[in-house]
Structures are given as C-alpha cells and as structure tokens.
Design a protein around this ligand. Structure first.
Ligand SMILES: [Zn+2]
Ligand SMILES: [Zn+2]
Length: 317
C-alpha cells in the first residue's frame, strides 16, 4: 500500500506492506484523513515520532475476526492502552503510561491506504455524516474534552485564543454550552465563520479591556499561554489545548497570586462528537480548505503550513 512516512526528518511516499491484524483488531481502508497541527509539529521534532503520519481519519472496516464489523464506516480513537494498568482498567486509556498513539507515538498513522486499530477504539459513523465531516470527529472530540474537565456555568465569559481549526471547533462547543463566547484571532475570513454562528470575535492586536472567566489557549504557538494569563480573571480558569515542539519560559507567580486554575486538555469523547456532527450543531465543512491525493502530499503540506489555511484533507480510497 501507499503510505506517507516520516523518517530521518523527511517525509516520503513509500510502498509498504498492508499491516496485519491481531486478534482484537480491525483492518480499516482509509477513505479520508485530515492534516492536524500536531502533524506539522511532528515534522519539527515533536514526540520524536517516526513512521506513518496522520491520526484524523474515516474509513471502512475490511477485515476483523468479529465479522459484524466488516463493511462498517468508522472513525477511531487514537490512544491504544495496554489494557492492564490502573488507567486502562478504569476507562482512562488515554493516560496509559505504555500507550501507543496513532501517528504520534509508536503506532503507524492514517496517511496510508490501510490502518489497523483495536475494535474497542472504533465508532460507527451514522449515515447522515459525510466522510468530509466524519474526519472532524477526532478534533471535535478534543474540543469537547474541555466540557468534561472543568465546571462551565451558563453565561460564563469565555475567550478562545486562536482562530485555527481547533480554535474554531472549541468556540462552537463553548457557544453550545451557552457561554458568552469570544474568539481572538488574526484572520478575518476564519473569524467570519464564527460570526455567522453569532459568536463574538476579536481581532488580535486590538486593545481588549475585558477579562474572562475561562480562557482557552488554542493558538498552537508558544506565546498563547502568556496571553491566556493576561486575559483571565483572578480565580479564573485557563485551559491549555496546544501541543508544540519546544519550551516556553513563563513567570508563574501570576498563576499563584491570581489563583488561576490551569488545566491541560488533550483527547476527548468520540460519541459526543459524532452526536454533534449528526445533529449538525457544529459547522465543519467551511473549515475545509483543500483535498489532495496521497501522491500530492507535497502540495497538501505546503497548503497546511500556510497560516491562513484551515483543514487540508487527503482523499485516499
Ligand atoms: Zn490532531
Ligand atoms: Zn494501560
């Protein structure tokens, strides 16, 4: 099969064997896959990952010991736990210390014609959800994770920093939680997508005199957390959503003095994401800025690297 492999700091489109399934796994033929900021960070050295890239996908099960899965259109959770540790045994495989993560840690990803995944990671995609929309299940689940982690009160004033893909998804989720939602970004075109959904937007660089109960850092850049601490109210909450290669130097005294609750936030609930997509409550189609075949990967990444672009998809099978 064709696969987009990252090795020795280089991407190449290789011909590799179709992976074989283990007892509890399914072989999935990938239909579409999305390029995420995490993929871009991996190219810069994040996680020191080598292997097939990609973790956002929709596909069709073509092989599984349990025949009822064959032919099903699925999306897949990206964390694969050991199944034995205290985290795995309490339904928190995302934090299994020996986990594998699709396209990020010790597990080949979805920019390939096929992928294997444990059946327990799979979710059937309702017919109403198109392939293009289904690719957003993973990032939308990540946006929804915030709602599992902190108390969100109706009418809380919330600021999302960053108008990238994840920022636009989080903004919509917070609006659905009935928060007074603001998204700060620097791209008028992206902010317009939110304005169409009655979400307030702030152009970066303009003076902002309000402070917020909750600030969600989704800028994907190192400066984001400093801004988050600047805009949060005393006793407010800061959620960190970006992962990036490299470190941030921070004066943490302001967190102590202002008694800020800082929460890291990663992967979230696929079932809730699929429900929102099925009920058409989140706009994702206008976030797609291009679709390419695997052979066109150079063009696809070139586009994905541009800050004005949103989601770039691979059309694989
Ligand atoms: Zn991602
Ligand atoms: Zn485990």
């Amino acid at each position: 099969m064709k696969a987009l492999v990252f090795k020795n700091n280089e991407i190449s489109l290789n011909e590799v064997p179709i992976p074989e399934i283990k007892e509890d796994e399914a072989l999935i033929k990938i239909l579409k896959a999305g390029i995420c900021n995490t993929d871009i960070e991996i190219l810069k050295g994040y996680m020191n990952f080598e292997g097939i890239l990609g973790h956002e996908f929709v596909g069709i099960v073509v092989e599984a010991k349990n025949k009822k899965w064959i032919g099903k259109r699925v999306v897949g959770e990206i964390n694969i736990g050991c199944g034995k540790c205290e985290y795995c045994l309490t339904g928190r495989k995302n934090h299994c210390p020996s986990r594998k993560v699709v396209g990020i840690l010790n597990k080949d990803g979805a920019f390939a014609e096929y992928i294997t995944l444990p059946i327990s990671n799979l979710y059937i995609v309702p017919d109403k959800i198109s392939d293009e929309k289904a690719v957003f299940t993973e990032p939308l689940a990540a946006a929804l994770r915030i709602t599992e982690q902190i108390e969100i009160r109706k009418n809380d004033k919330v600021l999302i920093i960053g108008d990238g893909k994840i920022g636009l998804l989080i903004s919509q989720v917070m609006k659905l939680m009935n928060c007074e939602t603001y998204c700060m970004g620097k791209h008028k075109r992206k902010l317009k997508i939110l304005e169409n959904k009655n979400i307030k937007t702030l152009l970066k660089g303009k003076n902002i005199d309000h402070r917020f109960d909750i600030v969600i850092e989704a800028a994907g850049k190192r400066g984001g957390i400093k801004q988050a601490l600047k805009y949060v109210k005393p006793e407010g909450k800061v959620i960190l959503k970006s992962t990036y290669h490299g470190r941030v130097v921070l004066d943490i005294s302001s967190i102590v003095v202002n008694e800020i609750n800082v929460t890291g936030s990663r992967c979230g609930p696929f079932n809730k994401a699929l429900e929102l997509l099925e009920r058409n409550l989140v706009e994702v189609e206008s976030l797609i800025d291009g679709e390419y075949s695997l052979c066109e990967w150079e063009k696809a990444f070139e586009q994905a690297l541009k800050s004005e672009k949103l989601k770039i998809l691979f059309r694989i099978n």
